[in-house]
Design a protein around this ligand. Structure first.
Ligand SMILES: Cc1cc2nc3c(=O)[nH]c(=O)nc-3n(C[C@H](O)[C@H](O)[C@H](O)COP(=O)(O)OP(=O)(O)OC[C@H]3O[C@@H](n4cnc5c(N)ncnc54)[C@H](O)[C@@H]3O)c2cc1C
Length: 554
């Protein structure tokens, strides 16, 4: 053991799923070094999450690779509809039509109100997203991204972290000295267990669908799509009394992520190809040839948030601190926003721009957000999973028609409830955080399906398209931005001086546009590095004090 080398880094990240990789990108952007360890040989093989929400896409845009993500997964002209059927070869019940990736890029420029955004959501398997996140994380020369390595021990010494890790084949080991440790190590988080933190909330909820054990099969079939006599979709959900399932297109041609409910009395832990064949036949209503690429079980029905997100120099993110039922596609997206939130704060402290006290705002901001998103996901799961399906729904009879009409009404409404969620994706707020300066105004009501743009400090800045068809967000600085929306160019001078005194990277954006003044109400608006409104007001307020407050110095 004495020959074990010691590596030094600023941040040690345990876990190279979406949250760990995103954090590596956020730190890299700010010149902070990290060692990222992941016990798997590489990024995810299984498709896992299927949906990248619009706010996550906006963050990928900020980092410069949203277009690369949008080019992944389905072909650019593949529909991204969500459709409901009794079986895929029998009755179609409901459909929410959504734009293809190619259409999304054009369409977003004509949308307003709830969907005034720089990006629309993108339907893409997490496995593809992770490859892009990894490629960009690896571009930072100060980073060491190590798959096939497991964190085995760590200790917080107050002044620094010491850790011990081994390669998976145990042939190599390293000691690591870091300023901070971040556990992005998933639901079974070693780091969370070592800290003695526990998930709290609801688990073991039973529903016909999205409540209980699920059997997941990643499969390849050249003929599956040709057997479906309905318009193409991205996600196919079945509603019949035998078994509830869904199938998501992975590459738009022959790869699919298939998830079926495991019924009471069954246990899918020992299931393999024969059961996968039976389940797929139930979904389709006919036999289909396929190759099983992998299979696993997972549990739907969790609504869990950890009691703490940090302790001393150790932080937790993603599934390590919140476990969702995947309705609404919020687990991975919430994990990404954890990394966005923690990234600039760790970097600001490490670069000497902020007080370590700023880091206390991570848990204060992200824990309530996780709870909020979990509650939305649970509501969606109840709506889709508790619908009472009768035998008659499959009958070719007037009674059958009546049952299908009822199901159509329910699932047409449900699809909009679960998959048209600008309020969930844009409406998350940090109103009571010490890293926000409130202005006494009240934000609009939090609603899943409606987002009312507001510049009340604590939330996402209202979006606008500029005359040259760029997004307002494209003009924000990489760190802090002061929007000067008044006609007076000099109104922001005191801010420039204060930022320069504090050696803070503040971009002044003078945009005397009535459209923006209407959206933001006040002439001066300060945008945090995670594109959250930190403060807004009049020039008479003293900037240095405000910046110090936002950086945890006061
Ligand atoms: C079958 C399935 C379907 C899903 N569908 C959806 C969906 O539709 N929508 C959605 O939003 N979410 C979905 N999810 C959830 C989504 O995949 C997770 O929310 C997301 O992966 C969380 O990202 P993360 O970075 O927090 O953790 P993870 O992706 O779990 O990554 C954690 C990483 O930590 C590594 N690790 C663990 N311990 C150690 C250690 N000691 N040392 C080093 N590395 C370690 C693991 O190898 C792993 O790669 C699904 C999950 C599954 C399993």
């Amino acid at each position: 053991m004495s020959n074990t080398p010691t590596l030094e880094t600023q941040v040690l990240i345990s876990g190279g799923g979406p949250s760990g990789l995103m954090l590596a990108n956020e730190l890299g952007l700010r010149g902070v070094s990290c060692i990222l360890l992941d016990a798997k040989p590489s990024t995810a093989f299984n498709p896992q999450a299927n949906a990248t929400q619009a706010r996550t896409m906006e963050h990928y845009r900020r980092l410069g690779f949203a277009h690369e993500i949008r080019a992944m997964g389905l072909p650019s002209d593949h529909p991204t509809d969500i459709a409901y059927f009794t079986r895929l070869t029998t009755y179609e019940l409901a459909r929410l039509s959504l734009p293809t990736a190619k259409e999304a890029v054009k369409k977003i420029k004509d949308l307003s109100g709830s969907w005034s955004a720089a990006e629309l959501p993108h339907r893409v398997s997490q496995k593809f997203v992770e490859t892009v996140l990894k490629r960009h994380a690896e571009k930072h020369p100060q980073h060491s991204i190590r798959y096939g390595w497991r964190l085995k021990e760590f200790a917080d010494h107050g002044e620094h972290i010491s850790a011990f890790a081994s390669s998976i084949d145990e042939s190599q080991s390293i000691h690591i000295k870091a300023q901070f440790l971040v556990g992005a190590d998933g639901p079974k988080s070693f780091v969370r267990h070592q800290l003695g933190f526990a998930y709290e909330g609801e688990t073991g909820v039973k529903r016909d669908y999205m409540g209980g054990q699920m059997f997941a099969v990643y499969l390849r079939s050249k003929t599956l799509l040709s057997k479906i006599p309905h318009p193409k979709a991205w996600m196919y959900v079945t509603v019949n009394p035998q078994r509830r399932c869904f199938l998501a297109c992975v590459d738009g041609h022959e790869e699919f992520a298939f998830h079926s409910a495991v019924l009471p009395g069954e246990n899918a832990d020992d299931w393999g190809l024969p059961q996968a064949q039976e389940r797929l036949k139930e979904l389709m209503g006919c036999e289909v040839d396929f190759e099983m690429l992998s299979h696993q079980t997972w549990t739907a029905g969790h609504s869990l948030v950890a009691n703490h997100f940090s302790s001393g120099r150790v932080f937790l993110m993603g599934d390590a601190v919140h476990l969702f039922t995947p309705t609404g596609g919020l687990g991975y997206n919430t994990a990404i926003e954890d990394a966005v939130n923690l990234g600039w704060k760790l970097a600001s402290v490490l670069n000497g721009k902020a007080s370590p006290k700023l880091l206390e705002s991570y848990e204060l901001e992200r824990k309530p957000l996780a709870q909020r998103n979990i509650n939305y996901a649970r509501g969606f799961a109840d709506s889709v999973g508790l619908y009472p399906v009768t035998k008659a729904i499959e009958e070719d009879s007037p009674h059958g028609e009546q049952e299908r009409a009822l199901a159509s009404a329910h699932f047409n409404a449900h699809a909009r409830l679960e998959f048209n969620i600008p309020g969930v994706t844009f409406g998350g707020r940090y109103d009571h955080s010490p890293a926000i300066v409130p202005d006494g105004t009240q934000p609009p009501k939090d609603q899943a399906n409606v987002y009312e743009p507001t510049a009340t400090p604590g939330g996402r800045p209202p979006h606008a398209w500029m005359q040259d068809s760029s997004s307002l967000y494209d003009h924000f600085g990489a760190e802090w931005t002061l929007l000067n929306l008044s006609d007076d160019e000099h109104m922001s001078e005191a801010w420039s001086k204060a930022a320069s005194n504090m050696q803070l990277n503040l971009k002044i954006l003078h945009l005397p546009l009535p459209q923006l003044r209407e959206l933001y109400v006040q002439p001066l608006v300060l945008i945090r590095p995670d594109q959250i409104v930190g403060w807004r007001g009049e020039p008479k307020q003293e900037p240095e004090g405000l910046l110090k407050q936002l950086l945890g110095f006061l």
